[in-house]
Ligand binder design. Sequence first.
Ligand SMILES: *Cc1c(COP(=O)(O)O)cnc(C)c1O
Length: 419
Amino acid sequence: MTAFFHRQDGALAVEQVPLARIAAEFGTPTYVYSRAALTAAYQAYAAACKGRNAQVQYAMKANSNLAVLQVFAKLGAGFDIVSGGELKRVLAAGGDARKVVFSGVGKSAAEMELALSHDVRCFNVESIPELDRLNEVAGRVGKRARVSLRVNPDVDAKTHPYISTGLKGNKFGIAFEDVLPTYRAAAALPHLEVTGIDCHIGSQITEVEPYLEALDKVLDVVEALEREGIRLEHIDVGGGLGITYTDETPPDITGFATTLLERVAARGHGHREVLFEPGRSLVGNAGVLLTQVEFLKPGAAKNFCIVDAAMNDLARPAMYEAYHRIEPVALRDAQPVTYDIVGPVCESGDWLGRDRALALEPGDLLAVMSAGAYGFTMSSNYNTRPRAAEVMVDCANVHLVRERELVEDLFRDERLLQD
Ligand SMILES: *Cc1c(COP(=O)(O)O)cnc(C)c1O
């Protein structure tokens, strides 16, 4: 556990607030975030960036609740967005569009136009057709779009295949051998201004070596372009730094960011701005999913603990077989039993944890740990389940930052046939 999620007289608390109090006030399932944990993770990046030309772009698809964005915006973060919808969230949270970089392989013309109208800092472009579309849209609205190309450095990030993005077989980025010709094409388009280079090799990466390997390849490109007279102002090293879910040992944030910044400087590129695009490492360990035990169901092969949160609330276990630690909110003085912790959804894949030894009774509260990233944002209404409430703890204060959905909301926009 961390300084922000800890036990107070045996009971699990977030900062100064017992989780049991949050469950009593807001019900379950509920996502609970710690403002201090969000701030500490951001400050760990900021410490490495201090005195250097570097900027943190929070990759908001990890957790796009407006209050989370607001916390980061106030700390000075820019944002890495992957849709027009995310840009609207940045604006609604008081963020600065000029500090936004727009990533993603499939930007629509409407999304480009929206982003141009708000003067986003830059578009991370991933293909020639996308360059052409952006050039056309920018010309139509009388703007010049700042562009950085996302290159695929073909390095193995050594992570889950679904979250590895920098290998040849991935849909992401421009193949390494095509990068120089694509830059030449971009530089020749009248409504584009080439300003940077970008790469993002995957997610939940626990070693720094793949980053350095990718960075060296990116810097080679920057130097080759400079020899041709194409000058890049910024180098975006992407996101993907892993967190500890159980026994992973990722590099600490400040050390990781410092290592990359030092490599950039050592190769003579210290005058260029370095952008980081962290998602998970800013929010993952700043949130838990609070849930309540509905039933205990002993069985011959397995014991099941059925809780009120499910795969629609937290998809990572079902989707990636991801491991989340599960902690009882109150500790019982009884013999632990091994359970699979499962939800009420009608799928065998609906599980949150397997083979967990816990002493439980129906009605007990559990905290699914490390659920701040790719938790709520990947949730759905499958089985017509309203999405969970979200709460932000700030010292001794509790703020409801998203109301629990109502069932009526889920089908309000649907229509019956006339006959
Ligand atoms: C998802 C994503 C990130 C953030 O990844 P994390 O693993 O959450 O740090 C950064 N950049 C891009 C382009 C992404 O798609």
